[in-house]
Design a protein around this ligand. Sequence first.
Ligand code: BES
Ligand code: ZN
Ligand code: MN
Length: 494
Amino acid sequence: MIHVGVRPPTGSVTENALVLGVYRGTRRLSVVASRLDRSFGGVAALLMDGFKADRGETRIASLKRGRRLVHTVLLGLGDRTQANAENLADAAGVAARLLITHRAPSVAVYLDDTVAGTLDAGAAAHAMAKAFGLATYRVGKSPAASLTRATLLCAQPARSISPHLRRAQQLVAWMTRVRDWVNQPANVLTPSVFTDDARSALVKHGLRCRVLTERAIAQEGMNGVLAVGGGSRQAPRFLIAEYGMANTRRPLVCLVGKGVMFDSGGISIKPWEHMHEMKSDMAGAASVLAATSLAAQSKLPLRVVALAPCVENMPGGGAFRPGDVITLASGKTVEVLSTDAEGRLILADAVAYAKSHYRPDVIVDMATLTGGVLIALGTRIAGIMGNSPRDIDDMRAAGDRSGEPVWPLPLDDRFEAMIKGDVSDYKNYGGRNASPITAGALIGTSAGTTRWVHIDIAGSSWNDGTGPGYQTRGATASGVDLLLRYLEILAARG
Ligand code: BES
Ligand code: ZN
Ligand code: MN
């Protein structure tokens, strides 16, 4: 993993590359930037001519110095009034990728103005470290990116910046793990392999973990999990990871994540074109586990429990069928209209389990739940709904900070009416109209009056190539920083 450090913008630059970030409308480099530039060959001043500095716009000049190649990069940061962590991370990611294509091993970065818009020096450092860490991500064991060292040139004392870099490094480490999990093919990452791997990673960070096998899942009455997992030769698992449970006066948060290791659609099988991407249908589970570990590593004054129902949705001989009626762990019955509407069944079970075993203050579920949310909001924004306006507001504030916006959808009882059953309490599909909301509504039937928020990351969990500069193709791990910031908000409120 890339190492990101900090030092003052004085002395000469010995790295292989110097990146100078400038906001739009900058005519001339600042005094400090000019001095850095001169110490590095004085090319940047020439590159400035006609440079618009739109966000992510770059100019690069590569020079031979002795026996090595050095690169001077102008990096556009866009409009100064719109400066925020996400926009800076986007631009920094573009610079990182440019340097990777030029095989530069190390870089020094100086922003002409670190304090702009909603950015202070600490937030800027965090955003850049996050961007460099994530942009150098490579899938699994493929060769590491050439860029292994980045140094932020920053006038603020290192001791005020370093904690932000450490936080970013912890975040990047877990987001990297989430990306690896989500990118792994489903023949490799089965429910048991995933939960074993997750458990060993989580116990290392001091969490208490338990993995329920199929038998225990049956004993708990989680028949939705059993039904969805029934068509696969891979038995379901249910992972529970606890942090801070000894402190019984702290607020208790349950984070529930959808862990469909592969979603073929089951008997209601999907068309083939994008089916291979359904190996990513466990992104919610991966994200809640990561966020819980990060809460522990930050020692947040909360109790956090991650719950991940993990199954493979396959059309085998034991598969559930359209027309089946299932009794969920909540006691409610559901008629299956489509076996491809599987996520809401396992999440309704997991939310019911969370509620009855933990009596939490709030439940958050995160899931790649519906194609409809991708159609409605695209790949950069997650859908959010629930029964608790304050938690939805908190999550929106968290999204502003993490750069992972969530947008509210109006969940009220009119949508629950759309999934009322004919032969059962509910049906698992309410038609194409408002499909992200009716899907969420079924999960909500298990939450009852417990504060509950549902986040649909079907669009934002996967980058088709149009994502911000720090995202690589495939799994994004978006949702991890969002949940962490939300937990920080709850912790601050006490
Ligand atoms: N896992 C999918 C949702 C999904 C779609 C995630 C695209 C990521 C990208 C979910 O289980 C699903 O199949 N939803 C269907 C249900 C419908 C066919 C009943 C949907 O929303 O289209
Ligand atoms: Zn699914
Ligand atoms: Mn499905």
